[in-house]
Design a protein around this ligand. Structure first.
Ligand SMILES: Cc1ncc(COP(=O)(O)O)c(C=O)c1O
Length: 409
């Protein structure tokens, strides 16, 4: 699928400043060596099992399936990983790689904060210094995650540039890596960036799909008919999709439809003509951009899906017709979140609720003999403030006011 230079069709590659060439080559070699070393692979598996809690379950949703009245709905429970999201699968692999390369410091960028927490956790566990770059706007939306990163000993650097979201945090992290590559490992949180990051992150995340393959056979004796995953940068989607590429399974990515189709109101890299081929942030992919090629602002109710680009692997798979891309609007996402919570007792992240929204929408038109798997990439505890705000929950508002009044009295 990928050629020697990390190309996936016209996407991918490595477009980095010359100063990073040697460290990128060092990383590429270290990754290839590690992946052919059985002791590294078994250390990754051991940490996934004993630290993160894998395998995660495949949960059948009896009441939700009955309420929808179509296909049988199963959820892959990445929310049950340590730290509450799939991000853990990748940071364990890259954290161990950083250690193996003899680096003493890790830097990371984060959007929703899940990758920031995961990086801070793994750095603490492996004894590495950790610096996290996070857009100032995302810090406002996800402050509880920032609080935990600091408690875990990480330094969090707010990024005020641009739209103060993930793409700006990524630029700052690249700048840091350029100045400190000798002792610093850049731990990218999604399957984007220069080679070998897209391949490496997707590879570490493929444990999700590999488990689904086995669990589906055990639990219902066949592969699912369709698999749904939300798509920010694309790591949870690649992770659950890639092991099924040669099977008769429809793979559906769900991107952030936001408030409307207007520029700046969504983060759709596929279901819009506002995204085009471009080269930025170290790689080639589909980016939301204006006529002059400037990257566009994005919006999503979830901080983790508003990246302006997308994994080159998914851009290529979509172009080849191997993955279908659809979208869910903010309002539909909130409804899906509530429907899952009230029918099954599962509090999904707003990011994952995009996949749930599209899965429920399409399951309704399917036959009850069919099975779908929806990837619950993370749990929704981190979203409590945003969900309460979006639902205009007055008692929650009163609680915050009275908490602050007590603190200030
Ligand atoms: C819970 C959750 N799901 C999904 C995503 C989107 O990332 P990706 O597309 O790389 O899976 C994020 C990103 O922060 C996240 O926190």
């Amino acid at each position: 699928m990928m050629n020697q230079d990390g190309q996936f069709g016209q996407y991918g590659g490595s477009y980095i400043p010359e100063i990073l060439f040697n460290s990128q080559q060092e990383l590429l070699k270290a990754y290839r060596d590690a992946m052919s070393d059985p002791s590294f692979i078994s250390e990754v598996k051991d940490q996934l099992q004993h630290y993160s809690g894998r395998p995660t379950p495949l949960t059948y949703c009896n009441r939700l399936s009955a309420a929808i009245g179509g296909a049988q709905i199963y959820l892959k429970r990445e929310d049950l990983n340590h730290s509450g999201a799939h991000k853990m699968n990748n940071v364990i692999g890259q954290g161990l790689l950083a250690k193996r390369m003899g680096k003493r410091r890790v830097i990371a960028e984060t959007g929703a904060g899940q990758h920031g927490i995961a990086s801070a956790l793994v750095s603490a566990r492996l004894g590495l210094d950790c610096t996290i770059y996070m857009g100032a706007h995302d810090i406002e939306r996800q402050y509880p995650n920032v609080f935990w990163m600091k408690q875990l000993g990480a330094t969090v650097i707010p990024v005020e540039e641009g739209s103060a979201t993930l793409k700006d945090a990524l630029d700052e992290a690249l700048r840091d890596w350029s100045s400190n590559y000798a002792d610093t490992y850049y731990l990218i949180g999604t399957s984007c960036g220069c080679a070998p990051y897209p391949e490496m992150v997707s590879g570490f995340q493929s444990v999700i799909g590999e488990e689904v393959k086995e669990q589906a056979q055990q639990q219902f004796g066949s592969a699912p008919d369709k698999i749904y995953a939300c798509v920010g940068g694309g790591s949870n989607a690649c992770g659950i999709f890639l092991p099924f590429l040669n099977d008769d399974v429809e793979l559906v990515g769900v991107e952030a439809g936001g408030r409307s189709d207007s520029p700046g109101d969504h983060a759709m890299r596929f279901n819009t003509d506002q995204a085009r081929f471009g080269i930025a942030q170290g790689f080639a992919t589909k980016f939301l951009q204006d006529e002059q090629g400037q990257l566009q602002p994005t919006h999503s109710i979830s901080a983790g899906l508003d990246y302006v680009g997308v994994s080159p692997i998914l851009a290529n798979l979509e172009e080849q017709g191997k993955v279908r891309m659809t979208q869910a609007r903010d309002t539909e996402v909130l409804q899906a979140f509530q429907q899952l919570a009230s029918n099954e007792g599962i509090i999904a992240a707003l990011e994952s609720s995009h996949a749930i929204a599209a899965g429920l929408r399409e399951a309704a038109d399917m036959d009850p003999s069919q099975k779908i798997v929806i990837n619950v990439s993370g749990r929704g505890d981190k979203d409590i403030f945003n969900i309460a705000k979006a639902l205009r929950d007055e008692p929650f508002n009163d609680f915050i006011q009275s908490y602050l009044a007590q603190e200030n009295s």
